[in-house]
Ligand binder design. Structure first.
Ligand code: SF4
Ligand code: SF4
Length: 436
């Protein structure tokens, strides 16, 4: 079997599995509620700043800089991977070599990046295994999450080593006329120059195949691990909430009810034919969340920066914003299959609220937005928390006692206090007496 044919089979398998995964995730998204997206220009700027310039992650000088280097390095190496795919399919070698000077720039950056990333991965692994960073711990951090992270780091390390190996043996195979510029691999080649030509060729092929096959495997493992964020974090930043942090959107269906109360004629004409029956107020389970809420959960890197900044978590309350994202993803995985097969009426007698997130957790949130501010991929936890509270209040009247008193006061007195509106100015009586 020729190399091209073997490569074609490998890439078709990769595309096949990836298509199945994409279809499955798309089905999950179809179960969610709409989320309007506007202001595209502003979004591109935000994506450039937060995702490509890594503005949020760089607030942590040392570790943030290392993360940013890995991200930028990956972008450069991506070009090398595209070249490998073309070479693999058409039997060419270093097909982008015609770019001349630019090719030298790209290959040199890729070669240096491979070494830098490999070294950074060793630091990351050391931190995870021995340094016991506090924010990596938490009840939501299952053994699988930790294993996922370590396995992904090992795969990335292997990818970088095989890339350097591939470049090194490529240089040795074409000592006088190789294309590109490889500042690190040239040095490494010095250690292997006595190898016979046959072995040089063999080691080049081994590194080439190991590198590309691991890319294919990695691409298909990512959606089934916490590292789905590799695909989802840039779109998630692009689709970030743009309004002021802390601003709560009115619920359309409640706004309509209020309008009907205040001006029935106008409200009914505004509704027109588009009036829909409200299925549920707020969020009880995954079919009530918007597709953006679900995207947030897939984009979560499980870094724990949100929980580390959360005043509720810091003062020993049960709440962890990271747990909400991890749990949302888990609940979708648990229930989506049944909903897809059976339809909206499917129930497994479980729900996101209570079986995953307790009322105690929800009411511990101060809606301070520290979690959303800290999140490097602009996940918006507070609006989801508020929507779950809205369900508890509006569908189950299950608010804490203190809030129930306030709700009754608003209903009876039009204000959160226990006095009727006509008594509002009583406090001024003595004032007037003193003046007269
Ligand atoms: S908004 Fe709620 S969850 Fe987020 S940091 Fe503040 S208290 Fe914690
Ligand atoms: S929600 Fe954001 S800050 Fe929190 S763990 Fe996920 S990525 Fe990190």
């Amino acid at each position: 079997m020729t190399k091209e044919l073997m490569f074609l089979i490998a890439i078709l398998l990769t595309i096949g599995v990836f298509s199945y995964t994409t279809f499955r995730v798309f089905q999950y998204f179809k179960l969610t509620k709409p989320y309007p997206v506007k202001n595209w220009g502003k979004r591109f700027l935000l994506m450039f700043k937060v995702a490509f310039l890594q503005s949020k992650i760089l607030r942590y000088p040392f570790i943030g800089f290392l993360h940013a280097l890995v991200f930028w390095g990956f972008i450069v190496i991506l070009i090398a991977s595209i070249e490998m795919i073309i070479d693999g399919l058409f039997g060419t070698e270093r097909v982008l070599g015609f770019l001349g000077y630019w090719y030298n720039m790209i290959t040199a950056s890729g070669d240096v990046s491979a070494l830098i990333i490999a070294l950074i991965i060793i630091i990351f692994l050391f931190r995870r295994l021995f340094h016991m960073v506090k924010r990596f711990a938490g009840i939501e951090m299952l053994k699988k999450s930790k294993m996922d992270a370590n396995i992904a780091l090992l795969i990335i390390f292997l990818l970088m080593i095989s890339l350097l190996g591939m470049n090194t043996f490529y240089i040795l195979g074409e000592p006088h006329e190789y294309k590109g510029y490889f500042p690190i691999s040239v040095i490494l080649a010095g250690f292997f120059h006595s190898l016979p030509e046959g072995q040089v060729h063999l080691w080049h092929e081994i590194n080439w195949w190991v590198h590309i096959i691991w890319i294919f495997i990695f691409a298909n493992i990512l959606p089934y691990s916490k590292h789905f964020h590799v695909y989802m974090s840039i779109p998630n930043v692009f689709l970030s909430r743009l309004d002021v942090p802390g601003h709560l959107q009115n619920m359309d269906n409640v706004t309509k009810e209020v309008k009907i109360m205040m001006n029935p004629d106008q409200a009914f004409s505004e509704q027109g034919d588009t009036a829909e029956e409200v299925e549920r107020f707020g969020v009880l389970d995954i079919e009530d969340v918007t597709w953006k809420n679900y995207l947030d959960s897939l984009a979560c890197t499980e870094c724990g920066r949100c929980t580390a900044a959360c005043p509720a978590a810091l003062t020993g309350k049960k709440l962890s914003p990271r747990k909400i994202m991890i749990n949302l993803r888990a609940r979708m995985k648990e229930k989506a299959g049944g909903l897809i097969k059976t339809g909206k009426e499917y129930s497994d007698d479980r729900s996101f609220i209570r079986d995953y997130i307790s009322e105690e957790e929800l009411w511990a949130c101060t809606t301070c937005n520290a979690c959303a501010k800290e999140c490097p991929v602009n996940i918006n936890h507070p609006t989801l928390i508020v929507d779950m509270r809205r369900y508890l209040v509006m569908e189950e009247a299950a608010a804490p006692v203190g809030l129930n008193v306030m709700f009754t006061n608003i209903e009876n007195n039009g204000a959160p206090w226990q006095f009727p509106p006509e008594d509002r100015m009583l406090w001024t009586e003595n004032l007037f007496m003193n003046i007269s």
